[in-house]
Design a protein around this ligand. Structure first.
Ligand SMILES: Cc1cc2nc3c(=O)[nH]c(=O)nc-3n(C[C@H](O)[C@H](O)[C@H](O)COP(=O)(O)OP(=O)(O)OC[C@H]3O[C@@H](n4cnc5c(N)ncnc54)[C@H](O)[C@@H]3O)c2cc1C
Length: 202
């Protein structure tokens, strides 16, 4: 169930969206997480690992700020390693290998027990804009939900394109469709749009 208006709407229930939902709700904001598939909250996209260069530091910073990523990682960890120990300390990178299903389950349990957080499974296809201000989201089924702030954490899904050999097809991640509508609207607002490649190995 969801209401007609929230303080914060978070679009996308990946690692970033789960953390944004927890942060907003724990700060006392009425928060709605809208994501394409509630079964995939906190899904690990590729290698079931948390951390590595850059992300390892970020997870620790999030932890210091009271976020959940480090706690969820600890609860579902299989192996922990400090990478790059042969190099100088600036290059040391904490990385955990995790149980993919347990990691996603722990995220869902943590969010569902967070007061102020509601959930809705659907694709957000556009932003509601009034007087040059974002005031909510519109879903692909035409449902409008208003909010004081909207956080976009769409990951690899916005007009996502998968390349396998010489074949190409739309998709946000293996087995999941791409999200359409938001990129076009952001470009209309004057944002630049580019494409980054992730490079999942065979
Ligand atoms: C190939 C690959 C390898 C990786 N390896 C590692 C690694 O070894 N270690 C590590 O720590 N990290 C790794 N990562 C990175 C990790 O997967 C990402 O950092 C993390 O998943 C990004 O989280 P996110 O929330 O930004 O996006 P995502 O995980 O992509 O989640 C986005 C979510 O938003 C939803 N969504 C998108 N658009 C909409 C919409 N319009 N409406 C509703 N819902 C929407 C999607 O359904 C999805 O649930 C890897 C990533 C890739 C792609």
């Amino acid at each position: 169930m969801f209401e007609k208006e929230y303080d914060v709407i978070v679009v996308g229930g990946g690692h970033a969206g789960a953390e944004a939902t927890a942060a907003a709700a724990n700060m006392g904001s009425r928060t709605l997480l809208v994501t394409m598939n509630l079964q995939n909250i906190g899904q690990m996209s590729c290698n079931p690992a948390m951390g590595g260069i850059a992300k390892g530091q970020i997870v620790r910073e999030i932890d210091a700020l009271g976020g959940y990523s480090g706690i969820i990682t600890d609860k579902s960890a299989i192996q922990f390693k400090m990478l790059n120990k042969s190099k100088g300390p600036a290059m040391w990178s904490p990385r955990a290998q995790n149980d993919r299903m347990r990691f996603a389950e722990e995220w869902r349990l943590a969010l569902e027990s967070t007061p102020n957080a509601d959930f809705y499974q659907e694709m957000v296809s556009g932003l509601l804009v009034e007087n040059n201000k974002v005031v909510g989201v519109r879903t692909s089924l035409g449902v409008d939900i208003r909010a004081k702030a909207v956080v976009l954490t769409n990951g690899t899904f916005l007009n996502g394109l998968i390349h396998i050999g010489e074949k190409q097809f739309g998709g946000g991640r293996a087995g999941e469709k791409a999200a359409t509508g938001i990129t076009e609207q952001l470009v209309d607002f004057g944002f630049d749009s580019g494409r980054m490649k992730t490079g999942t190995p065979p």
